[in-house]
Design a protein around this ligand. Structure first.
Ligand code: GLC
Length: 519
């Protein structure tokens, strides 16, 4: 086995496939495993190393599949276990690793365990797998609120309350229960034996709750990115779980990895999830949430690298995923948002460590803000009392072709589960492929070039102003985040996010523009 096999994840580019919205193989309007298989050549051409596939388990789909009814099967909407095997085989043949989502904080209320808990008595072993408590008089056991809005407790007719940090249909498991721990280790082995290269751990900072379930005192606030300590997130006890999981992962060769979805208060808290005997990577949400601002980005890059160094884990970088507004829109939308997004990908790909891309960002897709209310499916929309539109706007099915009723997402004649705007025909992969000015070709070129320098050391080459400049050996990246055109020393430019001019021994770098150069 080569060194690269052992450490592939250290600088991997991992592409998130939000399955429902990636590619629809059977024409029912919903993306599926057959669709992913058919698009593997596209991912190879794009130049990514791995895919992370969002949950495909049998599910009532109350939260797009993050409400799992059976951890050892595939929902018929997406295909079968044989389709999963075939996808893993195709991906391996194409040189792509595959990471699957595991959802350990909660099950679906349709899971056999929760159904048994409902049928059993308060205080029974069936209820002890979940967090059931008596209320305080007519009130719930404490003041915790659901991340999706509303309270985090639901009462059964027999008076017992159960905890759900997300939707009512997503009851939290009790991770102090040994049966729960044993079951998940067995589920990990099931997928590892099937051939997956790793896991994305959903709500990895959840699971363990503070003893006694004290009030949180955060009435009216909800969301995943909380900076103050909460009695239900980022508790010390969760790290014991990951030490056990790491032992399971380490029994496989080549190494299988896990990446934590942990929304924490600071990069040092995130680093605790990737200590040498825990998980391998954690999403860098501090980078995702940083403003398009030189000082803010410089600070988060510095802090992220500093936090990861002592634990020896690679830093990770991410701009978008299926839970947040697409970054073209966050960065201002329209031409400004797109210009910044083009510069942002060159900066992100110049950083040391591993990068997560979200499907469609390579097409420059924006958030869809005007979906008809009656088509919204994210439970956030209902639970917030229609005050928060939720996450459907970043989940609109991808446009692959310039024509057809589904723009190639599914066969012609099919209707995608969320409507694609007509102008996405012009943003489709087909429309962009081969056009050197397109976002898609910028990503392809950048990913190809990154392979030639990603192993090199990282240095700042930066004087602290509006231009961020970094170096990777003989490669460099400069990005102008200021309002005015900046002068930077002329160099051999190998890739640029937009037009620039050369003026003697200087480059004139317009606002929101990045260049890569090579000595
Ligand atoms: C994670 C997922 C999100 C889901 C939630 C509950 O944050 O990324 O989509 O709604 O967990 O499982």
């Amino acid at each position: 086995m080569t060194h690269d096999d052992q450490r592939w994840w250290h600088d991997a580019v991992i592409y998130e496939v939000y399955v429902r919205s990636f590619a629809d193989g059977d024409g029912d309007g919903i993306g599926d495993l057959a669709g992913i298989r058919s698009r593997l050549p596209y991912l190879v051409d794009l130049g990514v190393d791995a895919l992370w596939i969002t949950p495909c388990y049998p599910s009532p789909m109350a939260d797009g599949g993050y409400d799992v009814a059976d951890y050892r099967d595939v929902d018929p909407l997406f295909g079968t276990l044989d389709d999963a095997r075939a996808l893993l085989a195709d991906a391996r043949a194409a040189g792509l690793k595959v990471i699957v989502d595991i959802v350990p904080n909660h099950t679906s209320s349709a899971h056999a365990w929760f159904q048994a808990a409902l049928a059993a008595e308060p205080g029974s072993p069936e209820r002890a797998r979940y967090v059931f408590r008596p209320g305080r008089g007519e009130d719930p056991p404490n003041d915790w609120e659901s991340v999706f809005g509303g309270r985090a407790w639901t009462r059964l007719p027999d008076g017992d309350w159960y905890l759900h940090l997300f939707d009512t249909t997503q009851p939290d498991l009790d991770w102090s229960n040994h049966e729960v721990r044993a079951e998940f280790e067995s589920v990990l082995r099931f997928w590892l034996d099937l051939g997956v290269d790793g896991f994305r751990v959903d709500v990895a900072h959840g699971m363990v709750k503070q003893d006694g379930l004290p009030d949180a005192g955060t009435a009216g606030q909800h969301g995943l990115l909380e900076s103050r300590p909460l009695p239900y997130f980022d508790q010390d006890g969760v790290h014991e779980v990951y030490r056990e999981w790491r032992k399971v992962l380490d029994t496989y060769q080549p190494p299988r990895i896990a990446v934590a979805e942990a929304w924490t208060a600071a990069p040092e808290r995130t680093a605790r999830y990737v200590r040498p005997d825990e998980l391998h990577q954690a999403f860098n949400f501090h980078y995702l949430t940083a403003e398009w601002d030189a000082a803010a980005l410089r600070r988060v890059i510095t802090e992220s690298l500093a936090a990861m160094a002592p634990v020896g884990a690679p830093a990770t970088w991410v701009l978008s995923n299926h839970d947040v507004r697409r970054h073209v829109t966050r960065y201002g939308g329209g031409e400004t948002g797109l210009r910044r997004a083009r510069a942002a990908i060159l900066l992100m790909l110049a950083l040391p460590g591993s990068v997560y891309l979200y499907q469609g960002e390579e097409l420059g897709l924006e958030e869809i803000l005007d979906l008809p209310d009656e088509l919204r499916q994210d439970p956030v929309w209902e639970r917030s009392g229609h005050t928060d539109p939720g996450r459907d706007g970043c989940r609109v099915p991808l446009p692959w072709t310039t024509g057809g009723s589904a723009l190639g997402f599914g066969p012609d004649g099919s209707t995608p589960w969320l409507p694609q705007p007509a102008h996405w025909a012009g943003l489709s992969a087909q429309a962009q492929a081969g056009d050197p000015a397109s976002v898609l070709e910028l990503y392809r070129s950048a990913l190809r070039l990154r392979r030639t320098f990603s192993a090199n050391d990282f240095d700042w080459a930066d004087s602290g102003g509006e231009v961020i400049t970094v170096r990777r050996g003989g490669f460099g990246c400069a990005v102008n985040l200021g309002k005015d055109t900046a002068r930077v020393p002329a160099a051999r430019v190998v890739l640029a996010s937009g037009p620039y001019t050369v003026d003697g021994d200087e480059l004139l770098l317009p606002t929101d523009t990045a260049v890569w150069w090579q000595d």
